[in-house]
Design a protein around this ligand. Structure first.
Ligand code: HEC
Ligand code: HEC
Length: 299
């Protein structure tokens, strides 16, 4: 933290404590000058319910002083005042955190490591590795469920990992890379196209997976699909490209949705799905087990 921000925090914190102390003293003084015990304020509710103006009970007052004293002692012993380290020199990162992480690594590390030399494909399919897949599933429920769902079937914007349809590829290496390094999809916005072109594109994209839609715009849409550069990522056959995470538009699996309105939104505003990288957070061994679990879902 820079000296400026450190000072800022110190002034604010100390100022607050002093202000609290002053507030308590001030209200006490005022009370004892103005009002003797038993005075009423003149506020009345429900005909006869009156508000008294009694001083705070002693024990309550002492509680306030106690919390202030606690704050002062705590701030003297532990870090809290800007860059001041505290008399104990305690640090969440330096000592305790590292120690706890090392202890956890010593205890659980070998359990995750025992499968490191078995291939993802074997772990995903062979019956004797059911326990490894179960471990992968437990990790999934901790780290991945909030986005991909507890059954890994995803939701709008978050891909289903249990089907055979892959944005970035379904081989062991591709799945491992998705989890370890993350993925960033770039579908550019095409709001600059005129309304008719977008109408035609929507009609064309829908016709790719739904042969029943029969609209005049389809063949014009096909033209624009080529000239506007959609083919550059989705391919001439619109079957997508796993190197770019560009989805296959000819199947009936949708990441964002296949209704005319959703496709229109995708085209005009663009889409930027982000899969966060997990290598640093979880380490190689856990990523390996997760990849095996994910691969097992669709095999
Ligand atoms: C630079 C590469 C690129 C270009 C150009 C591009 N797309 Fe995309 N498109 C993508 C990517 C990547 C995604 C996936 C976005 C995500 O995962 O967030 C995508 C997603 C989509 C989707 C959503 C599919 C779903 O399953 O919900 C549609 C529809 C689509 N594109 C149509 C088009 C059309 C039409 C054009 C031309 C106007 C176009 N794209 C141009 C890369 C591209
Ligand atoms: C913050 C939300 C989020 C979390 C947490 C998350 N993911 Fe993802 N994941 C995504 C999104 C969004 C995509 C799709 C990116 C795109 O649009 O291309 C994705 C894509 C993937 C893919 C590629 C799918 C494909 O079709 O190619 C895999 C595999 C995957 N995630 C596995 C995992 C695993 C395993 C975890 C837990 C360690 C995890 N994800 C955690 C959001 C998340």
């Amino acid at each position: 933290m820079s000296t400026f921000w450190s000072t800022w925090v110190v002034v604010l914190t100390v100022g607050n404590i002093v202000a609290c102390l002053w507030l308590i003293r001030w209200t006490m003084k005022k009370r004892s000058n103005e009002a003797a015990t038993g005075d009423v304020t003149g506020h009345t509710w429900d005909e006869d319910l009156q508000e008294y103006n009694n001083p705070l009970p002693r024990w309550w007052l002492w509680l306030f002083y106690l919390t202030l004293a606690f704050a002062v002692i705590y701030l003297a012993l532990y870090p809290g005042l800007g860059n001041y380290q505290g008399l104990f020199g305690w640090s969440s990162h330096g000592s305790q955190y590292t120690q706890e992480m090392q202890a956890a690594e010593a205890k659980y590390g070998p359990i995750y490591r025992q499968y490191a030399s078995v291939s993802v494909d074997d772990l995903a399919s062979k019956p004797e590795y059911a326990e490894a897949r179960a471990m992968g599933e437990r990790l999934f429920l901790t780290y991945c469920m909030q986005c991909h769902g507890s059954d890994a079937r995803g939701s709008s914007g978050f891909p289903n990992l249990a089907d055979k349809d892959w944005l970035w590829g379904g081989s062991a290496d591709q799945i491992t890379a998705s989890i370890a390094n993350g993925r960033q999809a770039m579908m550019p916005a095409h709001g600059h196209l005129d309304a008719a072109s977008i109408d035609n594109l929507v009609a064309y994209v829908r016709s790719l997976s739904d042969p029943v839609t029969d609209s005049a715009g389809q063949s014009a849409g096909r033209q624009i699909f080529v000239t506007a550069g959609c083919v550059g990522c989705h391919g001439l056959d619109a079957k997508g490209n796993v190197l770019l995470g560009a989805p296959n538009l000819t199947d009936n699996t949708w990441l964002y949705g296949g209704s005319a309105a959703t496709i229109r939104e995708t085209i005009t505003k663009g889409r930027h799905g982000i899969m966060p990288a997990h290598q640093e957070l979880l380490g190689q061994d856990k990523v390996h087990l997760l990849a095996a679990y994910v691969a097992s879902l669709s095999r």
